[in-house]
Design a protein around this ligand. Structure first.
Ligand code: DQA
Length: 160
């Protein structure tokens, strides 16, 4: 099973930017913890960060036929990007949205996520631990998908 983690604009500055909001942990440390989780659970994982909307759209499209699940923090594009929403919707891959801060406690323009409606779920306000929760959540989703596919193939064989 393969998970692709996509990080939006300014998340490369974690540990430096607004520590009171986003904490002190660097992106590479968050990714290190996610990698340990995926190793322990025998999953493949890939990380991608970009400050550019089109690059994020491209990376989501590349997941088609390659990744089983996507974990994404679209950062500021959460609130503005129809293109990223459409890409998530197009690839039909279970996707979880993560935000370090609680976007619903912040400025009003952050209260709307254009991307969350096309995601399986959203984790917001749990800091870096939110990414761990997303890994656990994605493991559950992928296990359910696997079980469903096994059942479907059993039924198809029984009907043949
Ligand atoms: C963020 C929240 C967004 O509103 C903001 O633009 C970010 C980070 C978060 O992880 O809390 O860059 O996605």
């Amino acid at each position: 099973m393969k998970i692709v983690v996509i990080q939006g604009p300014n998340l490369n500055m974690l540990g430096i930017r607004e520590q009171n909001v986003y904490g002190q942990m660097k992106l590479e440390d968050i990714h290190g913890q996610m990698k340990s989780f995926s190793d322990q659970n025998k999953m493949e994982i890939e990380f991608f960060q970009s400050n550019l909307e089109g690059e994020i759209v491209d990376r989501i499209q590349e997941c088609m036929g390659d990744a089983d699940g996507i974990i994404i923090n679209p950062a500021a594009y959460t609130h503005t990007s129809i293109a990223i929403r459409d890409a998530i919707s197009a690839v039909q891959i279970p996707t979880l949205e993560v935000h370090l801060s609680n976007i619903y406690q912040r400025e009003e323009f952050r209260h709307t996520s254009l991307t969350a409606p096309v995601c399986a779920g959203q984790i917001t306000g749990m800091g870096p631990f939110g990414y761990h929760l997303a890994m656990v959540g994605m493991t559950q989703i992928l296990n359910e998908v696997k079980m469903m596919k096994e059942q479907q193939s059993k039924q198809a064989k029984a009907q043949a």
